[in-house]
Design a protein around this ligand. Structure first.
Ligand SMILES: [Zn+2]
Ligand SMILES: [Zn+2]
Length: 183
């Protein structure tokens, strides 16, 4: 079960106060660019919420394992996740003078005094995921012609392709015909 909401207690409204929170996050799936991640087990998170005077700073970690496909061979692949959670929530936003455009950079603590960690957790996970998930650095991928997994099997498609290319080049060469005439 998810536990991704922090209820900010009254003590935390005093400057320099801080409290630790922990819980689990079980997203059904996460989309990271072209890659879809699923999670066999919930991810665990730990954060410290500190009152910096006028704002609550949320910082911590989210850890677990995601499952996706290797970008080259499409085999299932597990990726360790160690994300850094970070958020900043203004208290008493009505007292703060915003510069133009600045208000978009900060969240304001809601009237119910809760913090929804889901956007922070998702952002932390997405930043930590690899740009291109690979089962191994030198994954050979799948053959574009016959579709075998080249890590497990070899095929002669590359060789055939090279040969076909060579024949095509030769056919384009006008001197090839002269050679056939055997002058
Ligand atoms: Zn692979
Ligand atoms: Zn092949």
């Amino acid at each position: 079960m998810d536990s991704t909401t922090i209820h900010v207690s009254q003590e935390l409204f005093a400057p320099a106060e801080s409290s630790s929170f922990a819980g689990v996050f079980a997203p059904e799936e996460l989309q990271a660019g072209p890659d879809t991640y699923t999670f066999k087990d919930p991810l665990s998170w730990n954060v410290l919420v500190s009152n910096t005077g006028g704002a609550l700073l949320v910082s911590g970690t989210v850890n677990g394992t995601g499952t996706t496909e290797c970008a080259r061979c499409l085999e299932p692949l597990e990726v360790a996740i160690n994300g850094e959670v970070e958020g900043y929530y203004l208290l008493n936003a009505e007292e703060v003078e915003f510069e133009e455009g600045e208000d978009e950079e900060f969240e304001v603590l809601g009237e119910d005094n809760t913090i929804d960690l889901v956007p922070l957790l998702e952002a932390a996970i997405l930043v930590d995921l690899p740009l291109q998930p690979l089962c191994r650095e030198d994954c050979a991928g799948i053959c574009p012609d016959c579709g075998v997994n080249l890590n497990e099997q070899s095929c002669d498609c590359a060789q055939k392709r090279a040969q076909a290319d060579a024949e095509f080049e030769e056919a384009k060469n006008p001197f090839a015909k002269l050679k056939e005439l055997n002058l």
